[in-house]
Design a protein around this ligand. Sequence first.
Ligand code: ATP
Ligand code: MG
Length: 416
Amino acid sequence: MIYIPKGTKDVLPQDAYKWQYVEGMARDVAKLFNLKEIRTPTFEHTELFQRGVGDTTDIVTKEMYTFKDKGDRSITLKPEGTAGAVRAFIENGLAGGVLPAKMYYITPAFRYERPQAGRLREFHQFGVEIFGAASAQTDAEAILMADTLLKKLGLNVALKLNSIGCKTCRAAYNKALKEFFAPHLEGLCHDCKTRYEKNPLRLLDCKEEGCKKINADAPTILEYLCDDCAAHFEEVKTCLDLSGIAYEIDSRIVRGLDYYTRTVFEFVSTSIGAQGTVCAGGRYDGLIEELGGKAMPAVGFAAGIERLLIVMEQTGVEIPDEAKPVVYLAGMDKDCRQKAFEIATTLRKAGIFAEIDHMERSIKAQFKYADKIGAQYVAVIGGNELAEGKANVKCMATGESESVAFAEMLAYFQSK
Ligand code: ATP
Ligand code: MG
């Protein structure tokens, strides 16, 4: 027996409808906001993520699935969706087309992490990107889109909002952070010592308890925002206020990816413990240029589908059941089953959900099976029925039966 790799999950046939429900909602919301889908490869050149996600991030330093292909190229399974979307946007000349370019994707993502509830090595994201727009309304729209989806899914999660400014404000802030952390260096974890040197902002994102304690008193970025970034942030907040979206300013939120600028946000649920962030995003005005395109602003977010499903389950959100067969056609012997097959074919051609026996079971066992799969009607064809050219149709809810001629079956079930 060969088992599933650690950190991956099967979605079984009896559960797939839950995924389809969430994905369907995500697509509906995307359409509502004028987004079109983009599909990019599952793997890219490693360099794309090194540059796009950032050399100092956890993702690039320790979480990527990187390997050499047979042509000796360094390939990486996508750990997130944005870098690939930006590459495709540039490579296909969309940056010179109609702007803003609004797109979404539903994609698997791969990160070599320690698996736990809501943290997998292969997981799935619904992601949104808006390229070319710098306005605060666009940031607010991205947040509103995520909020709309979460509410449609019946989730009530808290929105945490922050601005991490631009290069200008961050230079001053990084300096202040370094001054603050200098006397505490000994108490920081190994990773944070590196972060201190390379990207002090990253220190605020550390999940180690010791570091978190020290972080608590660190200066906040909001005090260091330049006038433009501060005004942009105010406008984002005004838009959210106008939309009636509640938020909490949380200056600890810096996001795990290097490319963010200005607005950053997370939707956090309290019901999956440490893995509570179901959706996260923000503005990344430097990324398109960093990846070889022309300088262009961008904003987006990604929601983890597994985490959405976990929170939905924990909070008892009901997902509508899948459609059940309208009719199960039971046949007593070989000839009767042949007739059942023929009628099922006619019904299916007309778009009616019909099922037949595949196991050569007795009529009694077929009834049992029909009940298990939730068929609304069972049409029995025995020797007598076959001879008379009609089936005995039983309504499973009421237990009532009636005789229906084979030639009438289609009309009969079309009216149900
Ligand atoms: P975390 O802080 O939980 O590690 P992150 O900052 O690494 O999250 P992002 O890169 O912003 O997460 O990814 C967007 C979303 O994808 C997250 O908010 C989360 O819902 C989901 N996600 C990220 N990593 C995983 C994972 N390993 N397993 C399942 N879902 C994940
Ligand atoms: Mg992570």
